[in-house]
Design a protein around this ligand. Structure first.
Ligand SMILES: Nc1ncnc2c1ncn2[C@@H]1O[C@H](COP(=O)(O)OP(=O)(O)OP(=O)(O)O)[C@@H](O)[C@H]1O
Ligand code: SF4
Ligand SMILES: [Mg+2]
Length: 327
């Protein structure tokens, strides 16, 4: 069953210099119990897609078009009160930098307990006991002590584990993790990724995992949505993207070439996708990737391709998808 379905979503910022189309026609879906990886370079609209699901908007930001169906219900026009209920009970989010979500002046216990008391109606004592259990489940050593600590007393990796515990406290149906390990060193990053995979296996929570690293997608996700300039340019099961598909989007092909490998020449890697992401106020007229695409033609520069199925579970937004083994 589909847990989440986003159709042709447009979320813009109104600025003095013009409309910034941060999410510019996003279509994607997530099956229950699966992990969807969203990947793309900086500025491609990954975070703003997540913010749109939860309606965590700035004052000058709103949904202009499209729908977000969660458990079959369109939530794109939900009221603030309805959204607050969804955020507390159904969908949780973990951010890149835990200090932006943890409150520095309250202990860990106070912050996790608050979620439990508010959404599960627990007493103070029950919530404290459950908070310690949650810390155990995210494999924090000495959970009793950590429960009494303030965020500044913890390392980056521990704070991220506390964030995960907090996000899972309301037993969400969907967990959105936006670059949850980017700020951590490589060893801790690997531990947190393993932990998230274990928790998913235990709880069955569906996950949206946002990253700019296709290598992490390979490790974490069942399905992938590749984003560029506020649009989804390719969706498929992960194994199709990494090896099995007959066709691939030229941008995804570039991202795959730029996955760091021990045996690759670092200079070659940096050149994998030449040029830069266009400025959001100055997007190209046709295909948004045309200025950087080695396969671009006049048609690409003048017309915009739509996301189309190349096989039943594989969609590509490109007039001339690359045939693999055809280069
Ligand atoms: N507060 C804001 N006001 C105006 N534009 C914004 C704002 N926040 C983001 N944007 C724009 O929205 C677009 C999408 O940004 P978003 O943060 O979703 O990218 P991202 O894919 O998450 O990038 P990163 O990998 O750097 O986190 C970008 O062009 C960005 O400049
Ligand atoms: S539509 Fe054209 S420019 Fe765009 S990705 Fe495909 S080949 Fe490249
Ligand atoms: Mg982001």
């Amino acid at each position: 069953m589909k847990l989440l379905e986003i159709n042709n979503l447009h979320t813009y910022f109104e600025t003095k210099r013009g409309l910034i189309k941060a999410v510019n026609g996003v279509t994607l879906s997530l099956e229950e119990g699966r992990t969807l990886g969203i990947v793309g370079e900086s500025g491609s609209g990954k975070s703003q897609t997540a913010m749109s699901i939860l309606k965590l908007f700035e004052k000058n930001q709103k949904i202009y078009e499209g729908e977000i169906k969660f458990m079959g219900k369109n939530i794109s026009d939900s009221t603030a009160k309805e959204m607050s209920h969804i955020r507390g009970n159904d969908i949780s989010m973990i951010f890149q930098e835990p200090m932006t979500s943890l409150n520095p002046i309250f202990t860990v216990n106070r912050q996790i307990s608050e979620v439990l008391r508010l959404h599960q109606g627990m007493s103070k004592k029950e919530a404290e006991e459950q908070s310690i259990k949650m810390l155990e489940s995210v494999k924090i050593a000495n959970p009793q002590r950590v429960n009494k600590s303030y965020p500044f007393e913890l390392s980056g990796g521990m704070r991220q584990r506390v964030m995960i515990a907090m996000a899972l406290a309301c037993k969400p149906k969907l967990l959105i993790a936006d670059e949850p390990t980017t700020a951590l060193d490589v060893t801790i990053q690997a531990q947190i990724l393993r932990l998230m995979n274990d928790l998913k296996a235990e709880t069955g929570t569906s996950i949206i995992f946002i990253t700019h690293d296709l290598g992490v997608i390979n490790q974490m996700a069942d399905d992938v949505a590749v984003m560029y300039c506020g649009q989804v340019v390719e969706t498929a099961p992960v194994d199709k993207i990494f090896q099995k598909s007959e066709y691939i989007h030229p941008y995804t092909e570039g991202l795959l070439t730029s996955i760091p490998r021990l045996d690759s020449d670092p200079k070659k890697r940096l050149d994998a996708i030449p040029g830069a992401v266009p400025h959001p106020l100055n997007l190209p007229k046709g295909c948004k990737f045309a200025p950087r695409c080695k396969y671009a033609t006049d048609k690409c520069r003048n017309e915009e391709p739509e996301l189309k199925a190349v096989s039943p579970d594989h969609n590509i937004r490109c007039f001339f998808p690359v045939k693999r083994g055809d280069k």
